[in-house]
Design a protein around this ligand. Structure first.
Ligand code: CO
Length: 144
């Protein structure tokens, strides 16, 4: 399995290729807010681990293994965003919170969260109940 840092790269490389059709070192550096030399180093490591093929002047291509895990990581990110949204986390906190937790959950936990999200999506009235619980509590805080 890739390390958390490798996961960040694979996730972003997959996303860039989906969006633009390619992922350049400079694009990856920008997306991850790191120095291009760090990207080159990591890309070489991902090449050695057979997640992608890196050719200095032609850019990089994900291998089938890299594509598979990349998609899984992007889907995991999307799922966790949806999960936080459902439980009522504020929109401007969601992205960074997901970045903070996504590498630290087991795939078993991810699967359980997937069922929870599915449950709430099938029973939107439960989401309303959950929100009402939070709102009642917040109201109580305001009123003392
Ligand atoms: Co992410």
């Amino acid at each position: 399995m890739p390390t958390p840092s490798m996961e960040d790269y694979l996730e972003n490389i997959y996303k860039l290729i989906e969006q633009k059709g390619y992922a350049r070192v400079s694009d990856i550096a920008e997306a991850l807010e790191v120095h291009p030399s760090s990207v080159t180093k990591m890309v070489q490591k991902l090449d050695q681990s057979k997640y992608l093929v890196y050719e200095k002047y032609r850019g990089l291509v994900l291998t089938p293994k890299g594509k598979k895990i990349g998609k899984r990581l992007v889907d995991r990110h999307t799922l966790l965003e949806e999960f936080l949204r459902i439980i009522g986390v504020e929109e401007d906190l969601i992205y960074n919170d997901v970045e903070g937790i996504e590498h630290h959950l087991s795939w078993d936990s991810i699967t359980c969260i997937e069922y929870l999200v599915e449950y709430f999506q099938k029973n939107p009235e439960r989401i309303e109940e959950l929100r009402a619980l939070k709102e009642a509590d917040e109201l109580e805080d305001v009123n003392g």
